[in-house]
Design a protein around this ligand. Sequence first.
Ligand code: ATP
Ligand code: MG
Length: 395
Amino acid sequence: MDDRKVYIVRCGEVALKGLNKPYFERMLVERIKKMLKKYDHVEVKRHEGLIFVRADQKIPAEEIIGQISKVFGVASISPAVEVESDIDRIGEAAVEYMLKLIEEKGIHTFKVEAKRADKTFPIQSPDIGKIIGGKVLIGCKVLKVDVHHPDCLLFVDVRRDQSYIYEQKISGFGGLPLGTNGKGLILLSGGIDSPVAAWMMAKRGMLIEAIHFHSYPYTSERAQEKVEELASIVASYCGRFKMHVINLLPIQEEIVQHCPEEETTILVRRFMMRIAERIAQEKDCTMLITGENLGQVASQTAEALVVTDASVKMPVMRPLIAMDKVDIMDKAKEIGTFETSIQPYEDCCTVFLPKHPTTKPKLDKILNSESRLDAEGLINAAVESTKTITIYPRD
Ligand code: ATP
Ligand code: MG
């Protein structure tokens, strides 16, 4: 007898994948296994369109659920009781289950939601509901049925060999399993936006590597630690990844010395993009990702984004482009990056910030300013100075 606790995991969009469904399901199983690998004796198996996770009873259910719900592609999770598909056995298990719930949660009313996935089971769904409901009423004298607002919705899922009893469907984030959609390089700052942007692309199945620019000694070591901390929160969803760290100060100094002050920010951003593109190519990333957001600051006006984009050939993903800042902040709170993001540390972009940055840059004018610099030489030197660190998931 397997006395491990069972968790039913439902796939979201993965279930809509037609012929590719087995591939996506396999990837999802792999991701769940990876997320739970720190626990012994965990089993993750696909069965009849669902994923069943079995884990030691001793591991708190919240811990297992917390981990599984971070796996992209998971729509919902239910900790369940597994019982032989026999109506009497299901009835006994339902009574036992409800007695425990009465004790733990003080429920008074319930409603049974029965489903027969195994059409050869001799009793139809509505009748299963009635029979189990009747047994629970007899077995748990304090309970009444309330079909409109029950304290507990008792799900009974009858399958071929085993049936399942549960009351909760805990939502996951949905999305697609990591590794099903290429690899992108996120330009990661210490702000609110870029960690959310990384998370959103990872949620669509994209593997992530990161690049971070600093201006040491103008930016502090503590500022970089903050970025590493943010990265490790992102890694708690998408597993460990590499972060490439580059000092942008030599380039910023050249720009400040040779180019008009109001163009500093946009010029710096074009260099960032080109360096990122070079690193991306080296690391087999096919896209750049930024936390840019239309109209947020001078360098993110429509005109500025066009001039920034013109610096690279690689596609630039901007998953936050049309979101409102409050919604980005809410997302940051939901995924757990917000509190770290708002710690006040300087960013390389705030070093040499012009008083009146241009909001409507013209590409020909920007190119003209850039021609005063040895762009290729500066980019090569920056790429060569790259330091790469590994970011590990934060528990
Ligand atoms: P965030 O957008 O992360 O909140 P921010 O708003 O301060 O930070 P912006 O100046 O708006 O950053 O920069 C826009 C985008 O450029 C960021 O979302 C990020 O993708 C990238 N970026 C900015 N600064 C850096 C940096 N120091 N290193 C890497 N990427 C950066
Ligand atoms: Mg921003």
